[in-house]
Ligand binder design. Structure first.
Ligand code: G6P
Length: 611
């Protein structure tokens, strides 16, 4: 996590750095800092605990102009969020570094450097990098050459930006396990951990690859690959989505992103549906041949993406007849896994940079899976680059830490995968495929109808104003939807929420049910409806208050302690996508009621690039 911005220009770049940090704040926001070379050639630093706005205030009361600089917004891993632990870190008064990732051998390096006389002023792993570099500069005075030497001794993950008052012509970058992108300007160049930070200044980007080191000057960029050889990385022009970093008329990014779902689901479907079938080539030219061999699917992901995988398991087994396992990446990566023959390894990730998911993919590649497929929202991410096949979710940048549009587009992509596998393997009835393709085409309209219930859900949210716990119930593929609903509520409103398959209620959680424990349920009109209704009776009999999102044809009525919100009718297979919407809205309005920081909830980060 954390965010990096850097710039080398002829004009003062302080405002560019601060704006870049604001755009990256969704990645980490417990402290922020900037180091700039002032007009006297002195390296100056400002750091503040808290959000980037604190730093911005400090910079407006004590301005710090400069034409070479680096900046950072932090999500603490080593050392508490405090000013002394905030980046940039210095060695002496001439050398500054910002860092994303974790240096695993930092303790050993710290001891060695202390032995060499270096005094540490923070508890971070980052500070070893800057002192190590300073040490290398003693025998190798060229900054770029010294950085090449220093990174050889770092174990772990890093994206680094480095500046020195002694070599003010350059900004250096090094990437290993943590993404970095160079933004190309005219007579000025930039660096960031995500291009989103730089779209204010350029639309031309050069993505660094694993092991790359870059020397960025005002009018040139030179890159060396992991083997030390000079390389030319492709320049990519970015056209679309520049509006994404703007909330528009919405109060929060999360609400904006919830309301974008019809549009981005439509975009994720575009060009991927034939008249009555899914276009398997959407997964790449090799897909049809590979899919024909698939006999099992292993899905790995984290957080919300894991919930998408859990829904897909119901779909893959029921619609395509393919056995499927789903596991959280942090468990999968350290477990001895027995791989069934002809298993497709599927990773799901919004960012494509989640450390556990990436590590699971890398392990998976050693284990003899048939092939790897990434379902991902970022086309230039490590996950996509390292997978054999990919299907991009076209949700556009997601800024709110709580994932919304990324989840529903992942579900759409996973439905396309299910239908493709069923089609190629001949296990899916053709008429059913045609019916579902038709339903998928109608899905954006259905989502729009669900979003129109915004104010109804807002009203329901008042039931949670004084509550500290809640239960979410679902059956079948709606169980992971209930899990996602509970995750959303706890992430942004800090209300404890647990999800259960409704049939498990009587095996434990019923003991908790009383009038202080709202129970939220999703009830599409399927063959499990009658069973679900009995489960709800069990709750009512204990005085539990029910909030039920139910199909308009399910015949569920409001009653004492029972609040029914009617949902548009939808094909049962697509119900998990539709029923996600009211649960997102519910958590959003509860959080607004509670006055929490909706887009940047405490202790969390958008993209978890550390273990
Ligand atoms: C973090 C985010 C979650 C996200 C998870 C996985 O925990 O706060 O919203 O679901 O990471 O992220 P990914 O980018 O791999 O989907």
């Amino acid at each position: 996590m954390c965010g990096i911005v850097g710039a080398v220009a002829e004009r003062s770049i302080t405002a560019v750095l601060v704006e870049g940090l604001k755009r990256l704040e969704y990645r980490g926001y417990d402290s922020a800092g900037v180091a700039l070379l002032d007009d006297q050639g002195v390296l100056q630093r400002r750091r503040r605990v808290g959000k980037v706005s604190e730093l911005e205030t400090a910079l407006s009361s004590e301005p710090l102009p400069g034409r070479l600089g680096i900046a950072h917004t932090r999500w603490a891993t080593h050392g508490a969020p405090s000013e002394r632990n905030a980046h940039p870190h210095f060695s002496g008064s001439d050398l500054a570094v910002v860092h994303n990732g974790i240096i695993e051998n930092h303790e050993q390096l710290r001891e060695q450097l202390k032995g060499l006389g270096y005094v540490f002023s923070s508890d971070t792993d980052t500070e070893v990098i800057v002192h190590l570099l300073d040490h290398k500069l003693k025998s190798q005075p060229d900054l770029t050459a010294a950085l090449k030497e220093a990174v050889k001794e770092l174990h772990g993950a890093y994206g680094l930006a480095v500046i020195s008052a002694k070599q003010p012509d350059r900004l250096l970058a090094a990437r290993s396990g943590s993404p970095l992108v160079i933004g190309l300007g005219l007579g000025e160049n930039f660096l960031a951990s995500d291009q989103l930070a730089l779209r204010q200044v350029t639309d031309r980007f050069m993505y660094l690859e694993e092991g790359d080191i870059a020397e960025i000057r005002r009018d040139s960029v030179q890159v060396w690959a992991a083997d030390g050889q000079p390389v030319v990385r492709e320049t990519v022009q970015y056209h679309e989505g520049a509006e994404a970093a703007d909330k528009g008329a919405y109060r929060h990014f999360m609400l904006k992103e919830i309301h974008e779902q019809p549009k981005v689901v439509q975009r994720t479907l575009e060009g991927r549906l034939g008249s009555d079938h899914v276009l398997v080539q959407a997964f790449g030219p090799l897909a049809a041949e590979l899919f024909a061999k698939v006999r099992n699917v292993q899905i790995v992901a984290c957080g919300t993406s894991y919930h998408a995988g859990m829904v897909a398991r119901y779909w893959l087994e029921e619609l395509a007849g393919i056995p499927c396992q789903v596991e959280v990446a942090s468990e999968f990566r350290y477990r001895k896994v027995v791989v069934q023959p002809d298993t497709l390894f599927v990773s799901i990730s919004q960012s494509g940079e989640t450390a556990d998911t990436l590590a699971a993919l890398r392990n998976g590649k050693e284990l003899g899976y048939l092939a790897s497929l990434a379902i991902c929202n970022v086309g230039i991410s490590s996950l996509v680059r390292e997978s054999d096949l990919c299907l991009l979710t076209l949700a556009g940048p997601e800024i709110g830490v709580a994932s919304t549009k990324a989840f529903t587009t992942q579900l759409v992509a996973l439905m396309l995968l299910t239908l493709s596998l069923g089609q190629v393997r001949g296990t899916l009835d053709k008429a059913l495929e045609a019916e579902l393709v038709d339903e998928l085409r109608r899905l954006p309209t259905r989502l729009g109808e669900a979003l129109a219930m915004d104010s109804v859900v807002d009203k329901i949210s008042e039931l949670f104003a004084e509550k500290h716990h809640s239960l979410f119930l679902g059956r079948g593929a709606q169980y992971p939807v209930a899990m996602e609903g509970a995750l959303k509520l706890k992430e942004i409103s800090y209300i404890h929420a647990e999800a259960y398959p409704a049939g498990e209620l009587k095996h434990g959680p019923l003991a908790l049910v009383d009038s202080d424990m709202p129970v939220v349920t999703v009830a599409p009109n399927n063959e499990l409806l009658e069973k679900l209704k009995s489960n709800l009776q069990e709750v009512r009999a204990r005085g539990g208050e029910l909030i039920v999102f139910a199909d308009e044809q399910a015949g569920m009525r409001n009653g004492e302690g029972t609040h029914v919100v009617n949902m548009p009718h939808i094909h049962d297979a697509l119900a998990p996508i539709l029923y996600t919407i009211p649960l997102q809205l519910l958590s959003y309005y509860v959080a607004v009621l509670k006055g929490t920081d909706v887009d940047q909830p405490r202790n969390l980060a958008k993209s978890v690039t550390v273990e």
